[in-house]
Design a protein around this ligand. Structure first.
Ligand code: GDG
Length: 479
């Protein structure tokens, strides 16, 4: 697929390109698409279109040349070491991430971080404009690229621009703390359509525009009027999902089932296997879950090896101080519990600070009787949807925090408020003790929900909403 510039009618911009570098036996390097929900969704909407993806390849320094992978044109955006530190680890993950997640840890503000954020957003916007065909659809993803919509609009008034927020959008009282709140709102208002995980996130955004920018709003739309740019921007909920068919297929493979059996056996065939799977992030409520489990151990309500708890904590953002501190805290807590409650051959908590292949994750989900999803705040939480997808046998139980986006869809979960440790303990016990027949009924209903609302449907819903967004903008043409 040899292409000149300006040829793609669907352009995705996301912080990361969906690729990993692979080194062959003779040391030769190449890139391979990394599987994931977003990639699958994009494959389905790219069919029949000319698609390009703009993003960082994951390593600081010079970027690889654009290349084609699985029929998609990949346009790497370079980031220097300093930009990784300031735009990505700094402003994105240590300023925006805490503010957008209820300030669970304090946000750090540095003006030079924002300067880097602006510069990198501009580089992304330029790369988008370079590959977008006339009248193309541009889909920008997530909190790292909030200035891109307005920057693209400025350079290319002919394209249609959408942005999707994978994380929560905070209430105005928290968002207002951000010294660059105006720049962020104005950046986002460059889009024609803004998609959020929950209705409340979209409402928070609309309210922020009204209260902080003084713009008129009506229902889910914000009116922007400037001399050369007068239009309405729509903000609504379009919750993300997973590749249901693809993941269920992995779970149904005989080797996955066999692996699930092996996992249970190597844990001593427990009566109940409880499982947590999260990036090691302070938003995920891992400490609250461990505290509740520790008290259940102390009270003798659960005891290894009858009940076994496995926590997979995938390494994440290890260069950000708050994440290093969290790791110390969690590992201290796990060590204390194991010291007090383990017996030889029967640890109280199996703690795994690793990343696993997809099939191993599916086997873990198949093996688990109860999955604990207890975030303090989470845009959606795909783990909850992945668990129910893997349970084609309709077994298992899901404990789910009411502070996740998934809570608004998976109504048959065992719902908890992770801050309420006593309540969390009771919910865990209910998930363990509810009769299997009732649990199967609940699981069946949740599976139906995810099957009907998979990631392919999410992507087409987003693009449809973008297509019919309030009106074709009345822009002055700059051609
Ligand atoms: C953000 C928002 C929103 C985890 N460990 C391994 C592994 N994973 C996979 C899970 C899941 C994904 O990573 C994590 O997704 P989550 O949704 O749980 O959370 P975030 O990473 O915080 O994602 C979130 C999401 O964006 C999408 O919009 O739902 O709210 O915060 O798919 O399975 N996968 C493999 N090995 C691991 O060790 N293979």
């Amino acid at each position: 697929m040899a292409r000149s510039q300006h040829q793609f009618d669907l352009v995705i911009a996301a912080n990361r390109l969906p690729v990993d570098r692979v080194v062959g036996p003779d040391g030769e390097e190449s890139w391979r698409t990394s599987p994931g929900g977003l990639v699958t969704a994009m494959e389905s909407v790219m069919r029949g279109r000319e698609g390009a993806w703009v993003g960082w390849a994951g390593e600081a320094g010079e970027a690889p040349k654009p290349f084609v992978e699985d029929d998609m044109y990949l346009r790497p955006v370079p980031l220097s070491e300093d930009e990784v530190a300031h735009y990505y680890e700094g402003f994105s993950n240590d300023t925006l991430w805490p503010i957008y997640h209820d300030v669970i840890v304090p946000a750090t503000f540095h003006r030079y971080w924002f300067t880097a954020y602006e510069a990198v957003n501009r580089r992304f916007a330029e790369a988008v404009c370079e590959v977008a065909a006339k009248g193309a659809t541009v889909w920008v993803h997530d909190y790292q690229l909030q200035l891109v919509p307005a920057m693209v609009r400025e350079m290319r008034p002919d394209v249609r621009i959408g942005w999707f927020d994978h994380i929560p959008f905070p209430p105005v009282e928290l968002f207002a703390q951000l010294p660059w709140r105006r720049a962020v709102l104005e950046g986002l208002l460059g889009a024609d359509y803004l998609g959020f995980q929950r209705v409340a996130d979209a409402q928070n955004f609309v309210r922020a525009c009204r209260q902080l920018l003084g713009l008129p709003t009506k229902g889910d739309t914000v009116s922007v009027s400037r001399a050369d740019d007068s239009r309405r921007v729509r903000a609504s909920a379009v919750p993300i999902s997973i590749d249901y068919v693809g993941l269920e297929e992995i779970a149904k493979r005989p080797e996955t089932q066999q692996r699930a059996q092996e996992i249970r056996e190597s844990l001593g065939n427990p009566r109940t296997l409880l499982l947590g799977v999260d990036r090691l992030d302070y938003t995920k409520g891992i400490g609250h879950r461990i505290k509740a489990y520790g008290e259940l151990l102390e009270e003798g309500k659960v005891s290894p090896p009858d009940e076994v708890f496995v926590q997979v904590a995938t390494p994440s953002r290890e260069r950000v101080a708050a994440y290093r501190e969290l790791r110390q805290e969690i590992e201290g807590e796990v060590g204390r519990l194991n010291g007090e409650h383990s017996r030889i051959g029967a640890p109280a908590v199996h703690y795994l600070h690793h990343s696993y292949p997809r099939q191993e994750m599916a086997a873990l989900f198949l093996a688990a009787d109860v999955v604990l999803v207890t975030p303090l705040r989470d845009g959606m939480n795909l783990v909850a949807k992945e668990y129910v997808t893997c349970r084609y046998d309709e077994g298992g139980a899901l404990v789910l925090s009411e502070f996740t986006g998934a809570f608004h869809e998976l109504h048959q979960a065992f719902v908890c408020n992770p801050h309420d440790i006593e309540g969390l303990k009771q919910t865990i016990m209910r998930a363990i003790e509810t009769p299997d027949k009732e649990k199967r009924r609940l699981m069946r209903a949740m599976r139906r929900r995810v099957a009907d609302h998979d990631v392919q449907r999410w992507a087409s819903r987003f693009l449809e909403a973008l297509e019919v967004a309030p009106e074709r903008p009345q822009r002055t043409t700059k051609e």
